[in-house]
Design a protein. Structure first.
Length: 181
């Protein structure tokens, strides 16, 4: 394939169409079903962390997507979270996922994130190899994490010194937000 690939962020003037496009691309590949509210939650709160790959000239037909969010983890460090990543089957093996991850990591850095985390099914060899190749490390195995009872690995990419210290030794931030990730 010789098409020129391009990348862009979520377009907030086309919310319904953008979310429908993401849903149609990722729904077949997710480890568990997501409600439409999850898409709205991530993409409306963090439009710059929803990044799409498309073929030049066809910006509304996505061939790859990555979606993420941010939280204060235990009120001590800012944690970026990768909620979903998928590349259309016929476009796989061309470095699209690698490019989406590296664009999103840059966006997380712009937000001041201390680390980036995600969960991946233990049996997802391609996904785990992809993230480990980008510097993520496995920190936990979570038994029966998914709806279908499969185990997950927690994968973490430290971005700052804070990410390397146990949370309990860091000074609290001023936010009252509670951890959900
Ligand atoms: C996993 C996925 C996103 C990879 O997308 P991709 O664009 O084909 O990935 P890339 O071409 O950027 O490959 C990057 C790295 O991923 C790994 N990888 C990709 N496909 C792989 C495969 N079939 N088997 C093993 N490793 C694989 C390799 O480490 C590869 O690096 P390399 O090319 O230097 O060997 C894609 O297969 C997909 O959408 N899968 C279904 C959804 C999913 O599993 N999402 C990830 C959840 S953790």
């Amino acid at each position: 394939m010789t098409e020129k690939l391009k990348f862009r962020c979520f377009d907030t003037s086309r919310v319904t169409e953008e979310i429908a496009n993401v849903h149609s691309l990722v729904s077949g590949d997710l480890s568990e079903p997501y409600t439409i509210a999850i898409y709205y939650y991530f993409m409306l709160n963090w439009p710059d962390l929803a990044i799409f790959a498309y073929v030049d000239g066809n910006p509304n037909e996505f061939v790859g997507v990555i979606v993420g969010g941010l939280r204060n983890h235990q009120q001590r460090k800012l944690r970026g979270y990768i909620a979903m990543l998928a590349v259309k089957e016929e476009f796989r093996g061309r470095g699209i996922a690698k490019q989406l991850i590296s664009e999103q990591i840059e966006a997380f850095k712009q937000h001041g994130a201390d680390e980036v985390v995600l969960e991946a099914e233990c049996k997802n060899k391609a996904g785990i190899s992809l993230y480990e190749g980008q510097g993520f490390i496995r920190t936990r195995r979570m038994s029966r994490y998914y709806f279908g009872m499969n185990d997950a690995f927690r994968l973490v990419l430290p971005l700052t010194e804070k990410a390397l210290k146990p949370t309990v030794f860091l000074n609290p931030t001023e936010t009252e937000e509670l951890e959900t990730y």
